[in-house]
Design a protein around this ligand. Sequence first.
Ligand code: ADP
Length: 256
Amino acid sequence: LSDSRIEENNVKELNQLSISYNKMLERLSDAFEIQRQFTANAAHELRTPLALMQVQLDLYNSTGHPGNDEDTLQTIRMITEQNDKLSRMVKALLDMSELETLGRDDRIIMDAIVEEALADLEPLAQKNKIKLSGKCGDVTMTGSDILIYRLVYNLVENAIKYNHEGGLVTVTVYQKEKRIYLSVEDTGSGIPEELRERVFDPFFRVDKSRSRELGGVGLGLALVREIVRVHDGSITIRSNPAGGTVFEVVFAQRSI
Ligand code: ADP
């Protein structure tokens, strides 16, 4: 075969490969879309009966029912707690399925987002005797401010929840060579190295009973990973030399 003939064949083959690769990608993205839609519909449907139960429980609890015995009150408390947990789970699933539909062109002032998340979590930190601090340079990025707030909030909330009494949580944001670095450091229990990938899986918990005790439903980091993904970033976990964990998120700076 002549050289030009070989080249022609190669180009043909490459074209065919690229067509089947594109078809595969299309099918994959269709499958993801069906799954996303299913999660969104299921979460929507579950939300209404849960909200109705919540209203009934709130009404019941607000009247006090002094005639009730301790057993009944205990049962009602348990139902209220579980209802609240289910509602949080459904909300997290809904948030996750709606992620793709949110715009991502806000100009985000990182300083303001970090300050807001830390202020909102200050009561939880005080309750757990944890000291929060933020070191944020003059950094702006393009993305969804609701989602970036949620990302910081979830990471800091975990850093408080899985910390020791008297512990520290430090949020640091800086920019270097067109990349934005956001890290959340804690002085808590740490995450065993072999489980660091799995903590991002929905419903995965290192210590189920501790997470349950702290009111966790196992979706916080799954949501964090999705938020990082839709912003084309990356997230890694490493040990804090001072004991505990560091979550580090890196975004490429993109202009509108
Ligand atoms: P949860 O609702 O259980 O907190 P997440 O998805 O937010 O769910 O986190 C998954 C699991 O990862 C937690 O149950 C906990 O075991 C572990 N984890 C998350 N953040 C930390 C942290 N900062 N330090 C130690 N363990 C953590």
